[in-house]
Design a protein around this ligand. Structure first.
Ligand code: D5M
Ligand code: FE
Ligand code: ZN
Length: 465
């Protein structure tokens, strides 16, 4: 099996540095001849070998895309898409759908053996093989290795990721319920897989984002928290005054529209408006300042009046009084097309779960958690902690298709990232630090909006604080 050290070493011999994506690709393909071929194809004078140098990794741009008329289309998460009630009996189909679709994504790179066959038959013992499964449980052993119980529809097997092996950093970030592929060697008794490589569904290395030839700009914000006594009126006024000059056609608001009522203990002490209807009326007033020709897309978050389980339904009609006619209410998550550019809006409750479980993760760097979502092709990989999920026969939290822009909020800190062509944006919030955030040591970055040019996907941070 080709190891990371071996691959990097071979490039160094050829006086070349190598991009980590090229290393993962070569490890997955596990073909020494391919490694030599890549080295031989690199043009003279190259210092760093990146995916563009590898024929199979050349970007494949999704060039032809049906452009909606008008330019804004809600592809998924329209108001009314989610059934109101969640039914307990839907949990089984929900997880089966999650497993089936993520394992299909993995199958282009992993050729798995059913787990039952591994454990039953003797022919795989001490042989190299691959499996695909959902992480039932993951723990760190006394020696610091990571031990995972992996389950597929046929059975279950423990998989050991040795801390001394290449790519252990991937295993350190393993989360319960994520779907992964593992390549490794089966133990002599067939009861344990010694993993050599962890493969995540991920964004394809060849992914090249679609860009709009029509142009257009979108402004991304979240966490307005209207009705909170720490809502930053002045910053919002400056923002709204700037909007007409921005030339933007779209304003996307990614949840926590109002502060809500009773969201956390003693919240009433921090509310300027204690009536939930009036909080939404306040939001309607705030949005009345937005130019009428801009399309405003409004998606809920955990402080909003709708059910907390995701997909969260759109703000109900009785709370939409007084909003200007350019507002559209969608679910959380929602997938939009703006001039053909796909934007996946997700408030980001699951970021709390991931920050709690991923070593060195921090509320000050939300962009890293967006990358974790993209690698797993799932907005809320961990089930049953802080992020409640409403089971539906189709898992709407899967990231499929891969969007051009992933827009989140919730953490109140801004962060921007680009991962394999996908732009990740968390703009921050419009609320100053609350007592609760002070206790949690969370320092918000309020008053920022991020404007994205749909022709180039270049973000620009605007600060109104
Ligand atoms: O989330 C505002 C901020 O507070 C965000 O950074 C997440 C954090 N937060 C929210 N709830 C919790 C809990 N229960 N523990 C730790 N941190 C949390 P918002 O949704 O606006 O309240
Ligand atoms: Fe919030
Ligand atoms: Zn939130």
């Amino acid at each position: 099996m080709l190891g990371e050290g071996e691959i990097v070493g071979r490039f160094l011999e050829a006086k070349l540095q190598v991009h980590p994506d090229v290393v993962s690709y070569l490890r997955e393909r596990n073909d020494p001849a391919l490694l030599e071929k890549v080295i031989s194809l690199v043009p003279r004078g190259t210092l760093v070998v990146n995916p563009a140098h590898v024929p199979d990794l050349s970007p494949v741009k999704d060039g032809e895309r049906f452009l909606p008329e008008p330019e804004l289309e809600v592809i998924a998460g329209k108001s009314g898409d989610s059934p109101e009630k969640n039914r307990f009996e839907d949990f089984f189909p929900y997880f089966r759908d999650r497993y089936t679709r993520l394992s299909e994504i993995l199958r282009s790179r992993v050729n798995p053996v059913p787990i039952e066959a591994l454990t039953r038959s003797t022919r795989y013992r001490q042989e190299e093989c691959m499996v695909i499964g959902m992480v039932l449980d993951v723990r760190t052993t006394a020696n610091g290795h990571r031990l995972v119980d992996l389950e597929d529809p046929t059975g279950q097997i423990p998989v050991l990721f040795n801390k001394g092996r290449d790519g252990f950093a991937d295993a350190e970030r393993l989360l319960p319920d994520e779907v992964i592929g593992a390549r490794g060697r089966l133990s002599q008794d067939g009861r344990l897989l010694f993993a050599e490589q962890l493969v995540r569904p991920d964004v394809p290395l060849t992914h090249a984002p679609f860009t709009s030839s029509r142009g257009g700009k979108a402004v991304l914000i979240s966490d307005i928290h209207a009705g909170s006594s720490t809502f930053l009126e002045g910053a919002w006024e400056r923002f709204v005054e700037w909007l007409p000059s921005s030339g933007a056609a779209y304003l996307l608001i990614c949840g926590d529209l109002v502060d809500g009522i009773g969201v956390y203990p003693n919240q009433e002490e921090e509310l300027a408006i204690r009536d939930i209807y009036e909080q939404y009326l306040k939001l309607a007033e705030l949005l009345a300042g937005v130019p009428g020709e801009m399309a405003v897309v409004i998606s809920p978050g955990n402080h909003d009046v709708v059910r907390p389980s995701e997909p969260q339904v759109a703000i109900p009609v009785e709370f939409r009084k007084g909003f200007p006619p350019n507002c559209r209410f969608v679910e959380n998550p929602a997938l939009l097309s703006l001039e053909g550019v796909r934007v996946l809006m997700y408030h980001g409750r699951s970021i709390d779960d991931m920050i709690g479980l991923i070593p060195r993760a921090s509320y000050s760097r939300p962009e890293e958690m967006m990358v974790e979502m993209l690698e797993r092709r799932h907005l809320a990989p961990v089930y049953g902690r802080r992020t409640p999920v409403s089971p539906e026969p189709k898992d709407r939290l899967l990231i499929d298709p891969v969007p051009e822009i992933l827009h989140t909020g919730h953490v109140h800190t801004s962060g921007i990232t680009r991962y394999r062509g996908v732009l990740g944006v968390n703009a921050g919030c419009w609320q100053g630090q609350t007592k609760f955030q002070k206790q949690m040591n969370i320092t918000p970055t309020p008053g920022r909006a991020v404007m994205v040019d749909l022709r180039t996907l270049e973000p620009k941070v605007m600060d109104f604080a």
